[in-house]
Design a protein around this ligand. Structure first.
Ligand SMILES: [Zn+2]
Length: 110
């Protein structure tokens, strides 16, 4: 039972990420899956849908997740206009940058 609850939590987290990833996927497509600044390819795609697809102990809503989910840890989401300056979470205000470029950018601002 405990094991199930732990799994359920993991799945809920996954679902949240998937919802967010729908938006991220659009930006990734726009940027050809590359960093906005250095054009480095974000190559850490892992297949979540496929991982669970044939596992009947996993709830159906999880199994039906899109097969491609991008690993958020490897890139950062950059707001063109910062939220603190009334920027939005609209796709037009978002850019994806690799960790290196994001650090560089922050260094510049400072
Ligand atoms: Zn970069």
């Amino acid at each position: 039972m405990t094991n199930y609850i732990t799994k359920r939590k993991e799945f809920d987290l996954l679902k949240k990420r998937t919802f967010f990833n729908k938006q991220i996927n659009k930006i990734l497509e726009k940027q050809n899956h590359r960093c906005f600044y250095c054009k480095e390819l974000f190559c850490d795609i892992f297949e979540v849908g496929n991982r669970y697809k044939n596992n009947t102990s996993v709830p159906k809503d999880i199994r039906d997740l899109p097969s491609q989910i991008f690993h958020l840890d490897k890139y950062t989401i950059d707001h063109v206009i910062p939220l603190s300056k009334n920027g939005t979470n609209e796709i037009s205000n978002l850019r994806l940058a690799c960790l290196i470029c994001n650090c560089k950018k922050h260094n510049k601002i400072i």
